[in-house]
Design a protein around this ligand. Structure first.
Ligand SMILES: *Cc1c(COP(=O)(O)O)cnc(C)c1O
Length: 462
């Protein structure tokens, strides 16, 4: 072994040992952490040592300090928020990405990661049925993927009315009206703040949280003039119900008025992979941009989102950088840094390549359909618990269940979390406390479902 490799060998070997110990413990440990951040800080925040410490000691110490404060998010019995697990190929690829240490922005400088990401992007567009040739930027997550899509929208909607945003900035620019459904994810409002677009115009939704196209049309006609800059932000996958906005009708309303149509599909865009769900997303491909996550339904490690934009020029108009110091590959399909906010970043598209390569088309379809089938099994199990009521139509991966009044639901939720067998988030939906379940982990199996249901049943019986 070269001395260079030797410098890393001991630390990587220890890291591998600790990683396997962690993974080994995931199916049998309580899902929740044992200690709070305040408890853990005492261990981590020892005075900064004056002298260096050898890497093996650092890795051993890190693993020991962290262990009691780790949440078993990769557990097949973790159903909190919308959190995926990690496919083995994706984790292995993620380790290689760190070992290779490529600054993944430039095709000419880091051709291997650029090629792997371009290949992953092509597979992704194919699987999701989105227009070939769309730009795919690899972001930290769906928040930033939404930011990229909406930034491209802002650029193009202003260019359309003759306003050069790059030159003139936003001050004095024509107002861009942004329309959202009442149950959009809060990060849409956040990204609009990043973009200086202000608060959106909120459009009513149906009982499952799907935007109403006629109401959208009426709202657009009442607030904008024909052809004034506008963005319609749709949702594929409601956090509480899993429902999808009626894409074709809503996008027609948007395009009919010259607006850009963007889709937040953080977890739900993946439904388009499956013949079973594709019909519910009919018209999806007619939108102008889409945001999704890798670290949710696709089960790659954090951090990984994908910003997909049908018209590359609008993304590059916002994020392109041209300077003599950065060698751009003008003959190729554009450089990775032109599609995302960051210049330097890790090659987070490589684990996507590995995940898709390991799943294949059949595996990707099976993954999405299995998550949804598990959600249905959980919903049917909840329905059998006396006093429990599933509040949503369980068409995809999300389930919201109430156990009576708010106090009772919160009590059951607290007991479930204290039991430690499973983790489900408490939330509010339609002004009611709910126990919210998101099935997002490839590793969840029938035994996990049975154990989790038994835990909820015990909590509800007390
Ligand atoms: C998770 C989620 C987001 C935010 O994604 P991050 O990956 O956490 O940045 C946005 N929209 C929806 C619908 C989500 O489920």
């Amino acid at each position: 072994m070269s001395t260079h490799a030797n410098d890393y060998d001991a630390a990587l070997t220890r890291a591998r040992t600790h990683a396997l110990e962690w993974l080994d413990s995931v199916p049998i440990r309580p899902v929740g952490p044992r200690l709070s951040a305040d408890d853990l800080l005492a261990g981590f925040a020892a005075p900064l040592p004056e002298q260096p410490t050898d890497p093996v000691t650092v890795i051993d110490e890190l693993a020991a300090l962290a262990e009691p404060g780790l949440m078993a998010m990769q557990s097949g019995r973790f159903f909190g928020w919308v959190v995926g697990g990690t496919l083995p190929a994706a984790l292995g690829a993620d380790w290689l990405v760190s070992a290779w240490d490529q600054n993944a922005g430039m095709r000419l400088a880091t051709p291997a990661t650029a090629a792997a990401e371009e290949a992953a992007a092509g597979w992704l567009l194919d699987l999701l049925g989105l227009p070939p040739g769309s730009d795919v930027g690899f972001t930290t997550g769906a928040t930033m993927a939404n930011f990229v899509g909406l930034a491209a929208a802002r650029h193009e909607q202003l260019a359309r009315v003759g306003w050069d945003l790059a030159q003139n900035g936003l001050c004095g620019a024509p107002r861009i009206r942004v329309y959202v459904g009442a149950e959009r994810h809060d990060v849409i409002d956040l990204t609009l703040r990043y973009l200086g677009l202000g608060a959106p115009i909120v459009v009513d939704v149906d009982a499952q949280g799907r935007i109403l196209p006629d109401t959208l049309a009426a709202a657009m006609d009442a607030t904008g003039t024909a052809g004034s800059p506008a963005i319609v932000c749709l949702q594929a996958g409601n956090l509480h119900s899993g429902a999808f906005d009626p894409m074709r009708a809503a996008i027609e309303v948007a395009h009919g008025r010259g607006a850009w149509a963007h889709v937040d599909g953080a977890f739900g865009l993946w439904a388009a992979v499956s013949p079973r769900f594709r019909q519910q997303l009919d018209g999806l491909a007619t939108a102008d941009s889409w945001a999704t996550d890798g670290h949710k339904t696709l089960n790659v490690p954090y951090d990984c989102g994908m910003a997909i934009v049908a018209r590359p020029a609008s993304v590059r108009g916002t994020f392109g950088v041209h300077t003599s110091y950065l060698p751009t590959d003008d003959a190729g399909p554009g450089d990775p840094f032109e599609r995302v906010p960051e210049l330097s970043r890790r090659a987070r598209g490589v684990p996507v390549w590995a995940a898709l390569r390991s799943l294949g088309r059949a595996g990707a379809i099976d993954l999405v359909e299995r998550l949804a089938t598990h959600a249905r099994t959980l919903a049917e199990g909840f329905d059998r618990i006396p006093g429990a009521e599933v509040l949503n139509e369980v068409d995809f991966t999300q389930v919201c269940v109430s156990f009576g009044d708010d106090a009772r639901t919160q009590q059951v939720t607290a007991r479930v979390l204290a039991d430690g067998v499973t983790w489900m988030s408490g939330s509010r939906w339609h002004d009611r406390a709910v126990l919210r379940v998101s099935v997002s982990n490839w590793a969840t199996d029938a035994d996990d479902l049975a154990q989790s249901l038994a835990s909820v049943e015990r909590a509800a019986a007390l």
